[in-house]
Design a protein around this ligand. Structure first.
Ligand code: HEM
Length: 361
């Protein structure tokens, strides 16, 4: 019987659930009145849980930032600097250690909008400032971590690519045995192969493969298709980045496709994946430049200092280098085994020094 209930629940849930975390209730708001106990109404229970997590995500860092500023322990960062500017501009009384919630502390998602509406108008600057800081942090961390994890996965399956990239890095920075510096942005232009590996990672494994759904604001026609106002439009980055007319042999990981003499993004063949991996139009990812820089830096430092190899329980068996991804909006590879070792004693020293500088900061 339990198995049957689970079966009913699962099939009902798959009917009530659409792709990557959107639910039918987003499109048919009447479904919000389905009781939480109803088979398949998992979205109700999830919404209650997620509302709680959401409110924690919003309130905890805000309180911590406020408290660290008033106790004088806050490190100088984008958050502290912006908050100080914000306090000067808006409510000075707000600046003196106000660590209260933002009117979003209840867990019932149905009352959330009422709570938002109940926030006094003069605390809206505080509310939207915190939302802006928070979105920047959440939108930027998961996505960048996904790109870095997938880099480790792919490198562990392609020792030949690591060797080629490491030869280039050693040529530019000096041999790893006597390494005195980690790669930096000033070296980027001299590392075309590392750049090509980075672009190919972004093409083959876009972090947000289906982007974020948009909604058309007016009737439109695209290539003969009528798109009525209010239609949900999904910019399918994965399909574009795997179109064989644009990226020949799209399922092969081949950084060479991006080795070019001139850096223009406007190529009809193998165009720069950056054009598609960060969404489109007015809502294109505003953090893309930061993401492109930080992820490149991590990849270049990883390649300069480490050897990454895959670990197989069955050594005789070739493992297909296709990542298995967890379900969600951001494509995260499922846990995988790999081994990571410093390339030399010099590389190990560099890593240690980098770590110590990070801890001191
Ligand atoms: C590899 C890393 C990243 C990827 C793949 C990525 C991808 C995306 C995509 C596909 C969107 C949706 C765009 C659209 O609606 O068309 C988006 C939105 C957004 N991203 Fe990123 N992103 C990354 C890193 C970052 C970073 C580092 C930040 C901030 C520091 C950031 C902040 C945002 C914000 C605030 C939005 C919402 C923009 C809006 O709705 O107007 N992202 N990102």
């Amino acid at each position: 019987m339990d198995a049957f209930v689970e079966l009913v629940n699962n099939s009902a849930e798959s009917i009530l659930t659409l792709v990557h975390g959107t639910f039918l209730v987003d499109y048919f708001p009447l479904l919000r009145y389905v009781p939480a106990w109803f088979p398949g109404a998992h979205f109700k229970r999830k919404a209650t849980r997620w509302a709680h997590i959401n409110s924690e995500l919003l309130n905890k860092p805000w309180k911590q930032l406020r408290a660290s500023i008033s106790s004088g322990t806050g490190l100088s960062c984008f958050g502290t600097k912006s908050l100080q500017k914000f306090d000067l501009k808006f409510n000075a009384a707000d600046a003196t250690g106000d660590t209260s919630d933002l009117g979003m502390s209840k867990t019932d998602s149905d009352t959330k909008m009422e709570e938002v509406n109940a926030v006094p108008w003069n605390s809206f600057p505080k509310f939207s400032f915190n939302i802006a800081l928070n979105i920047t942090c959440t939108a930027g961390s998961d996505t960048s971590v996904s790109l870095i994890l997938i880099s480790v996965f792919v490198l562990s399956h392609h020792p030949e690519i690591q060797v080629k990239a490491q030869e280039e890095l050693d040529r530019v920075l000096g041999s790893t045995a006597n390494a005195t510096q980690l790669p930096d942005f000033s070296d980027r232009g001299s590392l075309p192969y590392v750049e090509a590996v980075f672009r190919e990672l972004m093409r083959m494994y876009p972090g947000v493969p289906l982007g974020i759904p948009h909604c058309s604001v007016a009737d439109d026609v695209y290539e003969g298709y009528f798109i009525p106002k209010g239609t949900t439009v999904v910019g399918n980055a994965w399909t574009i980045l795997h179109d064989e007319n644009v990226y020949p042999d799209p399922l092969t990981f081949n950084p060479d496709r991006f080795l070019r003499t001139e850096p223009s993004a406007k190529h009809s063949l193998n165009p720069d994946p950056e054009l598609y991996a960060f969404g489109f139009g007015r809502r294109i990812c505003p953090g893309r430049h930061l993401a492109l820089d930080t992820s490149w830096l991590v990849l270049a430092c990883l390649l300069a200092t480490c050897n990454i190899t895959r670990i197989s329980s069955d050594k005789s068996k070739e493992i297909d280098p296709i990542a298995d991804f967890a379900y969600g909006l951001v494509a995260h590879p499922k846990p995988f085994k790999y081994s990571i070792t410093p390339r030399s004693a010099g590389a190990f020293e560099l890593m240690k020094r980098g770590y110590e500088v990070g801890v001191e900061a």
